[in-house]
Design a protein around this ligand. Sequence first.
Ligand SMILES: Cc1ncc(COP(=O)(O)O)c(C=O)c1O
Length: 451
Amino acid sequence: MTRILHRRIEPALPVAVSGEGVFIRDSNGKDYLDASGGASVSCLGHRHPVILTAMRRQMDELEYAHTAFFTNDAAEALADDLVAHAPPGIGHVYLVSGGSEAIETALKLARQYFVEKGEPQRTQFVSRKQSFHGNTLGALSLAGNPRRRDAFEPMLFRSHLIDPCYAYRHQLDDEPDEAYGARAAQALEGKLIELGPETVIAFVAETVVGATAGAVTAAPGYFRAIREICDRYGVLLILDEVMSGMGRTGSLHACEQEGVVPDLLTAAKGLGGGYQPIGAVLMVDKIYDAFLDGSGSFRHGHTYIGHPIGCAAALAVQKVIREEHLLDNVVEQGERLRRQLTQRCSGGGNIGDIRGRGLFQAIEIVADRSTKKPFPVEARMAQRIHQAAMDRGLCVYPGSGTADGQVGDHILIAPPFIVEGGNIEAIVERLGDAIEVALDCNKAGPILAEQ
Ligand SMILES: Cc1ncc(COP(=O)(O)O)c(C=O)c1O
């Protein structure tokens, strides 16, 4: 009996009672290897003593002070730290309580920026198919994820969707990587010209696509071409690194590996590592300066922004990552994970693609590897694999709609940055078994590949 409206009403969920390192224990004493950090959240694993101490210390000093009346040391220290390690040109941050709030904030910052600058005719956003930016109405309006949008479609504003840069499905057979990157970026220019570039506020994209398509990295040169197109038309570039940022791909910000600096950069999940709900929007100086030289105030705010305990936790998380050189481990274990996944899984006729960067890897599952044909929605293949993995004491993050927003399945693997070689072996073994079991169940059942 539960009084909570859970994400799914059935089946009942296990009860998480404790955590330690990369493991979560349920109320039956079963341990789960947390191979996705929830949804790419728990970058330091569970119950890290340094973070708990930092939170306790902050609780003993100040638990909350409204940001309309006060600033606080924890928030100022976190902002200083984020700016000190940000890409060049980023000088300020806006602190929020999660990923969707970060995106809502970025959209409103971008819009008010143009109002401050005397370009109020800029009202439109461009985003990408197979994307996810959060479940609040503004963030959902950007999403190229019909299954998450369907019920709410009449309430969403219109964002103009272009194709993602998704080599596995969109790169032509004989097309070099760079040529594909340039072609995919050209879709943005085409869309801007169609809309009238002077009416567009910003282009919004996940630097590495997470929940909807599964660790899809852009082709070489794609984001540099995107940056140039945005600059050519005076359109802002918003990169959503809620899932892929804060070290997950092996550099603090995923955009560092693309050689671009966005105008607005969102962060959340790995920022606080799950110790507190927190997010941030990092902004380049021209955005801050437009507010400074203009109205002097951003018409926005939430009750819990800059929350002292959230900020203290996030600062402690970021310091531990640096002091323990954990990004080196992200790169090393990420390569090990990819190697072992390839060895264990790539022989099967249903493994379409294994991809990703750092400790942000995914497997795309298909009904037929030679044609890349996905399983039908009703097969619920990603969910089946997820359940089979949970049965084996492994948490991975399932996603569907991978191929075109509607059909397609992937499994995202995003373990904590403290993961060790033995953990990687266990992840790959259990996941390999779970995939085989889910595929066997599908063969036994009446569900066939989509025609
Ligand atoms: C890229 C991206 N942006 C935004 C969000 C929304 O974050 P939250 O669930 O913290 O609101 C998510 C959540 O998965 C995400 O993956």
